[in-house]
Design a protein around this ligand. Structure first.
Ligand SMILES: Cc1cc2nc3c(=O)[nH]c(=O)nc-3n(C[C@H](O)[C@H](O)[C@H](O)COP(=O)(O)OP(=O)(O)OC[C@H]3O[C@@H](n4cnc5c(N)ncnc54)[C@H](O)[C@@H]3O)c2cc1C
Length: 458
């Protein structure tokens, strides 16, 4: 396997626990000795799909010990008031914030305990698929090691070297669509008593139309704040009714001092809590965001891609890792069904590719919801009606966020049912500002006509 990140470490565990001999080659050094090297986001939201996969590897308890529960979105409105929008019905329907480095550390330990061998400082550089030789470079001394392989699994992330090597010998139909928005991470430190400075059990959002900030808690009392902004500012068109509103961009906010002035204006409550904002803004990298589409994830029986290497997505549904973990369980399952690896990889791709496409689309749609809709009155009314219909029809109507976050229902089905539900909510709230005098009988009839019962065991 190439890559001992989140998916690589979990798949190594699942395969080693099922009797496979697994070698994992990771370009970085061992983060358990060197500490976490900043790269992708600092912390992540773990949801039921990811936990379900962790349970298959007996890794859930160890991971959960490092998490902070998030019950809902704490929306910080522009006028300063706060509103906690719960994600689910109760504390059985929540998501969990976990530090990427701590999570990776736990998974590396578990993979090694299961018998996987992890080779650090091995960066895949090139592959000869005919001779079955993979060449790995070591950054420390510029040496190259050749490894004979039977099958390569690419868990080497969005910039996958294995994908690049496969594209040299077969057509993957690769397309990347960049979002045109990027992100920057900042930090809210613990308060003077060492505790959290804002509500810890929530994912905080400051929605501002075309841009937003979010903050996720870390178990040591800090919050990682992520600012999402367009790459290029959107000027005011002078109409006075532009929606979403004009926005600054990473081309107009280029240094820490400008970032502080912007935060003081648009996120004043957050600004007060980020003492090192100027430093963080100047020194932390600006991350780009995009979606990677491939029509093919495997090269016959010789190589297969999983996780971000196959289907990187924008982070607005908090599902990239959760989806990658589901891939691991699916691939391990297909590999156990047949000794023909081509057949196993084809089966894996047939099962997972449509679902990856579905969550990629929902993740893009969720950016609009988070930055522009959570403080919008039509959205809030539809949300209220959705919750009421879910109470009245628990076997048919489940908010899309819940289907994605609290169930194992294939993403493609969640997308399809979610579209039907959204259409219903739009129709039923048309020309309304409240649910007073609402015709529940007509709504019930529509739900029953359009939404078949939810599948069992979701
Ligand atoms: C800002 C942001 C926020 C996010 N938030 C969430 C969230 O809340 N919830 C969620 O589920 N997902 C989230 N994601 C998505 C999540 O980070 C990814 O989906 C997840 O990391 C994918 O795991 P992976 O193992 O496929 O890739 P990675 O985690 O990227 O791991 C790839 C590994 O391969 C190694 N590697 C790379 N190239 C080579 C090479 N040539 N040779 C050897 N090793 C190599 C890397 O060093 C790394 O260890 C977020 C992403 C971003 C950018």
């Amino acid at each position: 396997m190439v890559g001992a990140g989140l998916a690589g470490a979990l798949l190594a565990t699942l395969l080693a626990q099922r009797g496979w001999s697994v070698d994992v080659y990771e370009k970085r050094g061992d983060l358990r000795e060197l500490g976490y090297e900043r790269g992708r986001s600092i912390n992540l939201a773990l949801a039921e799909r990811g936990r379900h996969a962790l349970r298959q590897a007996d890794a859930d308890d160890a991971v959960m010990a490092k998490t902070v529960m998030m019950r809902g979105r704490m929306v910080h409105f522009a006028d300063g008031h706060l509103d906690l929008q719960r994600y689910g019905r109760d504390d059985s329907e929540v998501i969990w914030s976990v530090h990427r480095g701590e999570l990776n550390e736990v998974l590396l330990n578990i993979a090694e305990q299961a018998g996987a061998r992890i080779h650090f400082h091995h960066r895949l550089d090139s592959v000869d698929f005919d001779a079955r030789i993979a060449r790995f470079g070591d950054d420390r001394n510029d040496t190259v090691r050749e490894i004979h392989f039977e099958t390569l699994v690419g868990a080497d992330g969005a910039g996958s070297s294995l994908r690049q090597a496969m594209a040299g010998v077969c057509e993957l139909d690769e397309r990347s669509e960049f979002l045109g928005h990027s992100y920057k991470e900042l930090e809210i430190p613990p308060g003077p008593d060492g505790g959290f400075q804002i509500e810890p059990h929530a994912l905080h959002i400051w929605p501002r139309g075309r841009y937003m900030c979010i903050a996720l808690p870390n178990d040591e009392g800090t919050f990682t704040v992520t600012l999402f902004l367009p790459n290029h500012a959107v000027p005011d068109d002078g109409s006075g009714n532009q929606r979403p509103h004009p926005a600054p961009g990473f081309d107009t906010i280029t240094n820490g001092a400008q970032a502080r002035a912007f935060f003081d204006r648009d996120f004043p409550d957050a600004s007060k809590l980020i003492p090192a904002l100027e430093h963080d803004f100047d020194h932390n990298p600006t991350g780009v965001l995009g979606t990677l589409y491939l029509d093919r994830w495997h090269l016959d029986h010789r190589a297969v891609l999983i996780g971000d290497a196959a289907h990187a997505m924008v982070p607005f549904h908090g599902q990239g890792m959760n989806c990658a973990f589901e891939d691991c369980v699916a691939l391990a399952h297909h590999l156990l069904q047949t000794t023909d690896r081509n057949e196993a990889f084809a089966g894996f791709q047939a099962e997972r590719l449509p679902n990856a496409r579905a969550i990629q689309q929902m993740a893009l749609e969720n950016y609009l919801e988070m930055r522009d809709h959570v403080d919008d009155e039509d959205y809030l009314l539809q949300r209220e009606l959705g919750n009421r219909l879910a109470e009245r029809h628990p076997t048919r109507f489940l908010p899309r966020y819940s289907m994605v976050t609290f169930t194992h229902m294939p993403y493609a089905i969640a997308l399809e049912r979610g579209d039907i539900q959204r259409q219903l909510l739009v129709e039923l709230t048309h020309d309304r500002t409240t649910l007073d005098g609402f015709d529940w009988d007509a709504a019930d009839a529509l739900v029953e006509a359009r939404l078949p019962p939810l599948p069992e065991n979701i």
